[in-house]
Design a binder for this molecule. Sequence first.
Ligand code: GLC
Length: 536
Amino acid sequence: MSQDFIWWKHGAFYQIYPRSFMDSNADGIGDLQGIINRLDYVVELGVDAIWVSPIFASPMLDNGYDVSDYTDIHPMFGDMATFDRLLTAAHDRNLRVVLDYVPNHTSDQHPWYIESRSSHDNPKRDWYLWKDAKPDGGLPNNWEAIFGGSAWQWDEKTQQYYLHTFLKEQPDLNWRNPEVVEAMQDVLRFWLDKGVDGFRIDTVMCCIKHSDFPDNPPINDDSPFKPFGLKLEPVHSMNQPEIHEILRGFRRLFDSYNGERVMIGETWIFELTELVKYYGKNLDELHIPFNFMGTVMPWKVAEIKTNISAYYSVVPEGATRNFVFGSHDVHRLATRFKPENHRSVGMLLLTLWGIPTMYYGDELGMEDADIPLERRHDPWGKEMLDLNVGRDPERTPMQWDASPNAGFSPPGVETWLPIAFNFQKANVAVQQEDQTSTLNFYKSLLKLRREIPALHRGDFSFVEETPTEIMAYVRSAEGERLLVIINFEGTECNLDLSSLGNSGKVLLSSQLAKSDRVVLSELLLKPHESLLIDLT
Ligand code: GLC
């Protein structure tokens, strides 16, 4: 590893969904002690940081994205002492810890909201977004909640509506109120003072709304929100220019801490010129505005190439590129891209120019589970049964071994979500022993990525003279050149890449069996195979 390897600029992130990683107290739900118990696994995998989804006090209607106390731990996960031990244990292993920060909304059980709803003249009334009904008694405007229905909920007691972008139990904070900004900055200070290494800022583009609350127009046919059932384009309820001042304020706070604290944002924005604005004009906002193109892309060479080139062409000089392919909000990689392409997806994610965020269990090829109706938790999935938006299938317990409950909980315990069907093969214990497993493929890839500067910091260029089913690109830095070739189809492919040199050394094949040197004029790729070749 080169000396100037900066963890968030060059490393790999690993998202842990705490309910599902490891249950240490046999209640069927993952917890902080469970994460501590499995930290060595994470370190051996070869990632540089964990991002842990919300662990805070919460009624858990949106699995913790409905926070009722930002500076307390939900007892289901443990307590503050356990969190402190997790932080120390991670830092002892040179692993960074990033937490989730949920600024757009609180839970309706948060004391701030309880005060706010108590009366019109409560000092916290203006901490949330309250509006009168229209003179005809109608809703303040036509905005939709992402989880279904109107974004406005009537409050009988005070005879006004409040805004909720998600569930009605998740009222939106008023970020135009300086007291809210101050109180929420205090939350960041609390955790940064403890030594956490950064935050992933939840649904950041929603935080500020148009000050006049105009109606949203009908949705565009190609809108990324259409598959989620929205009927209106959220042009006035999301991505407003004033968000950038808020982010600059956060950044000043982060920068006032010694060390390298990272600010990541959940920027669900597909218009790339808008997305990159979240870096800030002077790179003074988010270090990493999440790039979600990998969550919606089809497995097609031409489209992926176009999207990647478009992204690289707009990211400003000096900014950190990044890719998110999987998360707790989208279906599993092995399910979306098909199991036979799964390793190539990993090859892509971990060798593109930009830091990768992996989702727990993807390194094993975990697949979506079929969750019976009565065991579903996700409010979105339960509200909108006709759309394939339920997120429980990708949130099932981590698969540690082949025992009943996959080693996540002891046998006999009912886990909070069922174990996915493929746990007997896709589990850590089995795959650790098998040199050709997906887990060992990911481990090799992460190791190479960390060791070779061209892979974690090098330039990027597509190789253009390839057949339509092949994607190839070169990463280069400090005199090294690394070639990545991915066969997107289920047929063998011969190709001639002699324009890049005579021969190369195969560092890794997705099939983990390849002769050492290859002649570039007569490369042979097996169906769905991907290769990492050293051209130096
Ligand atoms: C973010 C989270 C998602 C949550 C939503 C509302 O998009 O990733 O899981 O449901 O915010 O808080």
